[in-house]
Every structure is written in structure tokens, then in C-alpha cells.
Design a protein around this ligand. Structure first.
Ligand code: SF4
Ligand code: FES
Length: 248
């Protein structure tokens, strides 16, 4: 199929960006979206033009780095799918595809389609860890019985890959879905109890410091999350936050 691509090009964080049009021909419907961009970049390089910079690593839906806004939707038109798992069969001959970086104040653009998501790292550093005794007498994790419902909910929350689609989908650029997934995965398990109260207040305070917006319950984050993280995690985080404040 032949496609028209409208891609955000921006030299660096200090310069203004703009949409640039590219025609790409003979795209196979079996290609992944990133493979299609690889072909475009090979053509641009051959012509002596600057290839389009975009982020990727695992290309199998695990690392969360392939964050692109495709036709106005984070990770494109296919639900429950990261950009790297999106296939060109979702498009048809003659389509125009607008490709932009995720837009949020807390995710500044580095170059073209690459954004700086280190704000997420700093939120995680603030509390997304557990204290573990590593002195040689560490208890086997399976020795602690855990309620099946809690284990399942913790596992679901832990499947967040930190891609930032929830922030890009939210009109307030809120990071509540991401932060609540991290808070929940620890709050639900015995291993997460040591720092439970401090974790939620520290992570929320770092989230605010990074410039993410507030949650107004529109639910767009849940719709666009490629890992199906539920907004019930946000309700849990709010309860954790209130309990933590009442105790302090
Ligand atoms: S909650 Fe979903 S959309 Fe947000 S960072 Fe995690 S995986 Fe990505
Ligand atoms: S490249 Fe790792 S999730 Fe897409």
C-alpha cells in the first residue's frame, strides 16, 4: 500500500518543530509500524536526508519506549497494543497517518518523536521499591501465603510498562494511572508493607513536582493503556493516600 506520512520533526528541545510530509510506497501489511518507519529512514538516509528519530528497544511490548501518538491516539488505533506491536494491516492504501511525540509538559521533546520520560524514573525512585533483607537468610517468596485476589490484582498492576500513554491520553496530562499502578503493586503484597505509607505520599509529591496534572476521572488513560491497567488502581491510591495522611 502507498501512504502519506505527516511526521513531527524537531531538531532539538530548543528549536520549534513542524509537521513534514513524506510519501511511502509499497508498504507491506505484514510490517510492524516501526518497520515501516525503518523503511522510511532507509530511504531518507539513501537520499542524504536526516532520518526520523524515534524511541524503541524491545519491539515486543515490554519496555514501553516506543511511545508515538498516531492519528491522535497514543500507540495508534489498535486497543491494548504498543506502537511496536501495531501492524500496518490496521491501515489501508492511500491513508494519511499523522505521527507525533507524546505531548505533556513533564515529557519534554528531545528530538523529532523522542521524549524525555525521566520524570517517571524520578517518581519511581521516590518510592517504588521494597526493603529486602539480603543478609543471606532471605525468606523464599513462596513461603508467604497471599490471597489469590490480591496476587492477581498486584500482578495486573505490575504489568504497567511505564510507556506514558496514560499521560498523553489525559487532557490534564495526569500520571495518576501510572503512579497508582506502582503504588498498588506494592500495597497489595506483604513485601510492600514496610514503606507503605511513606511510599504513597513520596510518589504523589514527586508526581506533582514533575508537573503532571490532576485526575478528573475522564477515564481516557484506561482506554489508551496498552496493558489494560484499570482506573480502580487510582481509587486504591487515593485511599492509600488518605490513610497515610490520617496516620501521620
Ligand atoms: S499505566 Fe498503562 S499507559 Fe500508563 S505508563 Fe503504565 S502501561 Fe503505559
Ligand atoms: S519497543 Fe518496547 S514496548 Fe515497544
Amino acid at each position: 500500500m502507498n501512504l502519506k506520512l505527516k511526521i513531527w520533526r524537531q531538531k532539538n528541545a530548543a528549536t520549534k518543530g513542524k509537521i513534514v510530509n513524506y510519501d511511502i510506497n509499497e508498504v507491506s501489511s505484514d510490517m510492524s509500524f516501526l518497520e515501516m518507519l525503518d523503511v522510511l529512514n532507509a530511504d531518507l538516509t539513501e537520499k542524504g536526508d536526516e532520518p526520523v528519530s524515534f524511541d524503541h528497544d524491545c519491539r515486543e511490548g515490554i519496555c514501553g519506549s516506543c511511545s508515538l501518538q498516531i492519528n491522535g491516539r497514543p500507540h495508534g488505533p489498535d486497543g491494548g497494543t504498543t506502537t511496536c506491536q501495531l501492524h500496518m494491516r490496521k491501515f489501508k492504501d492511500g491513508d494519511s497517518i499523522v505521527i507525533e511525540p507524546f505531548r505533556a509538559k513533564a515529557f519534554p521533546i528531545v528530538k523529532d518523536l523522542i521524549i524525555d520520560r525521566s520524570a517517571f524514573d524520578r517518581v519511581q525512585h521516590a518510592g517504588a521499591f521494597v526493603s529486602v533483607n539480603t543478609s543471606g537468610n532471605t525468606q523464599d517468596a513462596n513461603a508467604t501465603p497471599i490471597n489469590k485476589g490480591d496476587a492477581d490484582n498486584a500482578f495486573d498492576a505490575a504489568s504497567c510498562i511505564g510507556c506514558g500513554a496514560c499521560v498523553a491520553a489525559c487532557k490534564n496530562a495526569s500520571a495518576m494511572l501510572f503512579v497508582s499502578a506502582k503504588v498498588s503493586q506494592y500495597a497489595l503484597l506483604p513485601q510492600g508493607q514496610v514503606e507503605r505509607e511513606k511510599r504513597v505520599t513520596d510518589m504523589i509529591s514527586q508526581m506533582d513536582e514533575e508537573g503532571f496534572g490532576a485526575c478528573t476521572n475522564t477515564g481516557a488513560c484506561e482506554v489508551e493503556c496498552p496493558k489494560g491497567i484499570s482506573i480502580t488502581n487510582i481509587a486504591r491510591m487515593n485511599r492509600e493516600f488518605i490513610k497515610s495522611n490520617l496516620k501521620s
